[in-house]
Design a protein around this ligand. Sequence first.
Ligand SMILES: Nc1ncnc2c1ncn2[C@@H]1O[C@H](COP(=O)(O)OP(=O)(O)O)[C@@H](O)[C@H]1O
Ligand SMILES: [Mg+2]
Length: 231
Amino acid sequence: MQTVLSMRNICKSYYIGTGELKVLKNVNLSIEKGDFLSILGPSGSGKSTLMNIIGCLDTPTSGEYILSGRNILNMDEFELALVRNREIGFIFQNFCILPRLTALQNVELPLIYSGMPFSERKIKAMEILERVGLSDKMHNLPNQLSGGQQQRVAIARAMITNPSVLLADEPTGALDQKTGDQIVSLFEQLNRDGITIVMITHDCNIAVRARRIIHILDGIVSEQELKPFVS
Ligand SMILES: Nc1ncnc2c1ncn2[C@@H]1O[C@H](COP(=O)(O)OP(=O)(O)O)[C@@H](O)[C@H]1O
Ligand SMILES: [Mg+2]
């Protein structure tokens, strides 16, 4: 098995006024290539704080974090940004796609920054849009798409650079239950094709669709294996 990331004794505190708020307490976590795990916990338990560290948007106060064989500690902002762009595909609750660009243009965008030629970019974006079931909507603007379709665009955009892990923070939070279920079904399908997925949620019914659940409560994690993982 190939380890995508591992955390040892990760702690994160916020310093507010005179006091220290300990948000993550000795988190140990290891994720293998092809894994699908959910991070489940109530509001305020530290999910977003953990996601920010996994996604290199923030650094821990102490502990060790290895992502794709590289030690994240001691990296400066610039190095962190590089690692983040290369290794992580972000998916957010509110889709965060650009309103004036079509589905196809939104999905292509990360490749423009990587300098890929136009025709190659377009073919790749069309392929990914097909994988998420949106071939017939690629020229639509976001306001001509349903919420579920917009989230599919966001998922395609997150995947197009072949990141090591898709990191989704409450990806169904802005969707009705049926549409949310369809998005999780898409994650299941992508995971069967080998994509590594971390899904953060406060919703038990969503969390159980992963292979593993990491429960987080008051900054302390514990693990539950649901479906045996064979890589
Ligand atoms: N930047 C910050 N500064 C101070 N406290 C914060 C900050 N971000 C989060 N917190 C606090 O850390 C705790 C965990 O927050 P968060 O990780 O956002 O939880 P969740 O995503 O599970 O709702 C909360 O008590 C929150 O108020
Ligand atoms: Mg949160």
